[in-house]
Design a protein around this ligand. Structure first.
Ligand SMILES: [Cu+2]
Length: 150
């Protein structure tokens, strides 16, 4: 959020000196949350809204050895797996939703986290740059939603 404010301020200054064609880009992260880890890994979810086409290309946090972008793959036989992807694309007017049973950030070799704790995670966007978010650790069962019981 601090980062977003700085970006907007810089753009506003630029707009004074330049023509009216400057577009103010805005990217927001809603509901950042992390499912309490099971074993060494934990999944992080949130929703991204952007006024410009952008790509989420990575993430890092002090709380985990590394973070990967994952998509959930549903097999024909009803099994569910995960696959690492290079980037998630966010388009204007179309929220990028990370949720259980879909896209997520996988925190690998994560610290022991308890429900209610907050973890600082830096998300790396191609256009918007690095954005820091505070994600709350939530009970994993609460993140399962309608996908529970597959
Ligand atoms: Cu995963």
């Amino acid at each position: 959020m601090r980062r977003l404010a700085l970006v907007c301020a810089a753009l506003a200054l630029g707009a004074c000196a330049m023509s009216a064609e400057v577009s103010v880009s805005e990217l927001t992260i809603a509901e950042p949350r992390i499912g309490a880890p099971v074993g060494d890994n934990a999944a992080m979810y949130f929703t991204v809204t952007s006024s410009e086409e952008d790509r989420l290309v990575g993430a890092h946090t002090d709380a985990a050895a590394r973070a990967e972008l994952h998509e959930t793959v549903h097999g024909d036989d009803g099994t569910m797996g995960m696959r690492q992807v290079e980037a998630f694309t966010v388009s204007p007017g179309e929220d990028l939703v990370l949720e259980p049973g879909g896209l997520h950030i996988m925190l690998i070799d994560v610290e022991r986290l308890s429900v209610g704790e907050t973890v600082t995670v830096t998300l790396e966007f191609e256009q918007a740059g690095e954005i820091e978010v505070e994600a709350e650790v939530v009970d994993l069962a609460d993140t399962m939603g309608e996908h529970h019981g597959h």
